[in-house]
Design a protein around this ligand. Structure first.
Ligand SMILES: *Cc1c(COP(=O)(O)O)cnc(C)c1O
Length: 421
């Protein structure tokens, strides 16, 4: 019998069999027959410390027996309160209010609504333009697709997507084009721009494209000068991925709004938070009920998810997470150096714990048929790697060992020749 399940981002006609996973531990996933798969992409960029970290398991277990779920309008609970305080402490200065939702996409939707709601409530409702970066990805809901790269992924939904202003992404050598384009839009549409939304330092789903902290700083400076809301989508980059706690830390900037999810619970359970400076809250603070922030989801600030996320902040406080990350960054750098001279790879790059490299092929792009062939090849070698087109990237949990990494790069560097690409 075939399964009734319709899987995400999966062309079932080309992938009739799903890999059954029974259990996870550290950097490994285990199949029912006991064989293991090295999770080199942290199960879609979410797992930070490794699968089934004991303290996260314990936190979930303990909270589940105490308070499973409660309406968050008009009610609160200790896990959410403790987590919110920790988040304000751990994020860049000035982010003093925390709004909870359930996924990266909803965190971004909330950010966009906060920005628009702010301008509306302070009497500048004409500020509605959103500036976005080419090749960016912010989620798969209608709103987040609107602010993301347009392409084959969202062609069918194009009629539903709202218009945005696009600036080029700051590819190496093109940084000034990005900053220049932003400056032009900000000048041309002085009082019409509401916000700029960016993925700081790494454009993830767009191909693991990386840019410098200086550019990020410049973008923030221009937004500040024009009083435009700067939204940092740190859904992927947060929680040590780029080496610092948040990518914005490397530029020494405080965004006006910050979205976090994925690593927020260590990749254990869905939860997200949108943090903002006081002015957004204040603009909605009124005796006029029409000015409240009209947003919620059923499981907003679920107590179990909050308890796990709070336990995650404690892991960061008590365990040598920063040291593990430093080690990983160094080992990754060595592999990048080795691959740099490889005749079959180009644009070998690294940002913190993430590395990416493009295989030299004629057939490029996301739908290039080399991605599924590579994926299959890696699976056969017990590796979970999911290339984006001809871009292979390694984004492992922080508990991955140097031996694991040796294995990963051994298979990657041989792949083009073994597969005859
Ligand atoms: C994954 C991702 C999202 C969407 O998060 P979901 O939890 O999948 O909805 C948004 N922004 C960025 C930068 C992401 O990497």
């Amino acid at each position: 019998m075939t399964s009734p399940i319709w899987h995400p981002f999966t062309q079932h006609a080309l992938m009739p069999e799903m890999t059954m996973v029974e259990r996870g531990e550290g950097a490994y996933l285990y199949k029912p027959d006991g064989s293991r798969i090295l999770d080199a992409i942290s199960s879609w960029w979410v797992v930070t410390h490794g699968h089934c970290h004991q303290r996260l398991v314990e936190a979930a277990r303990e909270q589940a027996g105490k308070l499973d779920q409660v309406i968050f309008a008009g009610h609160t609970h200790e896990p959410a309160e403790k987590l919110a305080e920790a988040l304000v402490r751990l994020t860049p200065d000035g982010l003093d209010k925390v709004f909870f939702s359930d996924s990266g996409s909803t965190a971004v939707e909330v950010a966009l609504k906060m920005a628009l709601g702010y301008w509306h409530n302070i009497g500048e409702g004409q500020r509605q333009r959103i500036i976005v970066m080419e090749h960016s990805y912010h989620g798969d809901t209608i709103g987040t697709m609107s602010v993301g790269e347009r392409g084959v992924f969202n062609q069918a939904y194009q009629p539903l997507l709202f218009d945005v202003d696009v600036i080029p992404s700051p590819l190496p050598g093109k940084e000034q084009d990005t900053v220049g384009a932003l400056e032009r839009i900000l000048t041309d549409y002085q009082d019409e721009v509401a916000a700029l939304i960016v993925e700081p330092l790494v454009l993830g789903a767009g191909g693991m494209l990386m840019y410098s902290a200086d550019v990020l700083k410049d973008l923030k400076r221009h937004c500040e000068a024009h009083d435009v809301v700067f939204i940092a989508d740190e859904v992927m980059t947060g929680w040590g991925r780029t080496e610092t706690m948040f990518a914005c830390d490397q530029a020494g900037i405080s965004p006006d709004i910050l979205c976090t999810s994925k690593g927020l619970t260590g990749g254990f359970i869905p939860l997200s938070a949108t943090l903002c400076s006081d002015k957004f809250f204040d603009a909605h603070y009124s005796e006029d009920r029409a000015k409240m922030f009209f947003h919620s989801s059923s499981y907003t600030a679920n107590p179990i998810a909050c308890a796990v996320a709070y336990a995650n902040t404690q892991i960061w406080a008590d365990e040598p997470v920063a040291e593990r990350i430093d080690q990983l960054v160094m080992t990754q750098a060595q592999h990048v150096e080795t691959l740099d001279g490889h005749p079959r790879f180009e644009n070998v790059r690294q940002c913190g714990t993430i590395t990416a490299m493009d295989i030299k092929v004629n057939d490029q792009g996301y739908l290039s048929n080399i991605a599924p062939r590579l994926y299959q090849h890696f699976q056969e070698h017990g590796l979970l790697l999911r290339p984006l087109g001809n871009t292979v990237y390694v984004l492992p949990p922080y508990c991955v060992t140097p031996q694991d990494l040796n294995e990963i790069y051994h298979v990657i560097s041989n792949a083009p020749d073994v597969l005859g690409l």
